[in-house]
Design a protein around this ligand. Structure first.
Ligand code: SAH
Length: 372
């Protein structure tokens, strides 16, 4: 267990997970297939089965000769995620999966369905992990408490989404058949600390089948503690993902304690890179702010935050703190939450209070700790 405030910037080096077609471009997959002395176009067929039909059972790949299926599946679709537990909440509309990776590391992902209302269409969001554990050590977050085990590969990230897509496609999740709408990198890990694998996953998820899953990059949110150089780099990628920055405090003194990376990258630097991201991508950015009773929920802090964000292309998500086991902190009082919202709005800042899906299965914000 890391000491309070201790950061783990470099992931431990571990054995690499098997290479999966989700890790590879279509051209690279053809090379893998050719190395088996099979024609390259077989890679296209398997890819179409995988991402287009969401068919993980080689027995159903009827366009591929039966004799080739086993070797193609072994070379292109080795099992990366073994589901060890599935838990449901909110009448089945929230599903949390615990995955064991090839080396025993555990990660979680959460599928959340939002039925249509009079004002909005039905939505489905998948919350995925980018690392096993996390090195950022935010004291209110369950994942942060256990430290960083390792980075996930691109394939291990993509396959969390493919698994959810399959469940929805087969109508196996409550709410009937459906498709993945939004993806949020708000599970375990700091996505920008595993930059290359995360960018690879974003590209794969947002490329059309058969190369990828064909989701819109605009519907993918990358959430970060504020690794400034990586936010700058992300702005140069030319992928219109939504950036969410976990601020949690408008002043350095408090943020140093709530988000320890703030000792390296200060609030003004984090926000400068955030506004630059909004400017370059013309995308509205999100500010995440977990409301913690009597810690960061004072009216003065709401005003300070309002001043920092005023006039920017930004939306604030207030997250009622989800107390983690042993934590001395809890969520704000309703009246303080309401006052916080009111003051932000008075500065013209758009704000919503996040719902608390999956609390009873430890599947809500900051609770993904893969306890097993
Ligand atoms: N490392 C990324 C993704 C982490 S999880 C990041 O920090 O942004 C996504 C969000 O959940 C972050 O804003 C994180 O600060 C928040 N969070 C973590 N623990 C929480 C808790 N116990 N209650 C409410 N929100 C929490």
């Amino acid at each position: 267990m890391p000491e309070p405030g201790e950061l783990q910037m470099v992931a431990p080096r571990r054995r690499k997970p098997p290479v999966h077609l989700s890790d590879l471009t279509l051209a690279q997959r053809r090379d893998v297939v050719k190395a088996l002395d099979l024609p390259g176009f077989r890679a296209d067929q398997v890819s179409k089965q995988w991402f287009g039909r969401l068919a993980d059972d080689p027995a159903t790949w009827t366009d591929v000769p039966e004799a080739m299926r086993a070797s193609l599946s072994e070379a292109l679709t080795p099992a990366l995620l073994d589901e060890v537990r599935r838990m449901q909440a909110d009448n089945g509309l929230t599903v949390k999966s615990l995955w064991r990776l090839f080396d025993g590391a555990l990660v979680e992902s959460v599928l959340m369905r939002y039925p249509a209302t009079e004002r909005s269409r039905a939505r489905t969001t998948v919350c995925i992990s980018s690392q096993a554990g996390c090195g950022m050590n935010c004291p209110f977050c369950a994942t942060g408490q256990a430290g960083l085990t390792r980075n996930l590969s691109t394939g291990e990230i993509v396959e969390q989404v493919v698994a959810a897509a399959r469940l929805l496609d087969r109508g196996e999740a409550e709410g009937g058949k459906g498709r993945v709408g939004n993806i949020v990198f708000m599970g375990m890990g700091e996505p920008l600390a595993n930059y290359d694998a995360v960018i690879g996953a974003v590209r794969r998820l947002s490329t059309e089948s058969p190369e990828g899953l064909g989701l819109s990059a605009r519907n993918i949110t990358v959430s970060t503690v504020g690794l400034v150089p990586r936010i700058q780099q992300l702005a140069t990628e030319g992928i219109p993902v939504t950036l969410a920055v976990s601020l949690h405090a408008p002043d350095d003194e408090l943020r140093d304690t709530l988000v320890p990376i703030n000792t390296r990258f200060k609030v003004d630097e984090v926000l400068d890179s955030t506004w630059n991201y909004a400017h370059v991508t013309r995308r509205r950015v999100s500010i995440e702010y977990a409301l913690i009773r009597d810690v960061n929920d004072q009216a003065e802090r709401a005003d300070l935050l309002g001043k920092l964000l005023k006039g920017r292309l930004v939306h604030v998500n207030l997250i009622p703190l989800n107390p983690t086991p042993g934590s001395k902190w809890t969520a704000s009082r309703r009246k303080d939450e309401a006052e916080f919202v009111r003051r932000l709005q008075a500065h013209g800042v758009a704000v919503t209070v996040r719902d608390t899906r999956g609390r009873d299965i430890d599947g809500a914000c900051g609770q993904l700790a893969a306890a097993e």
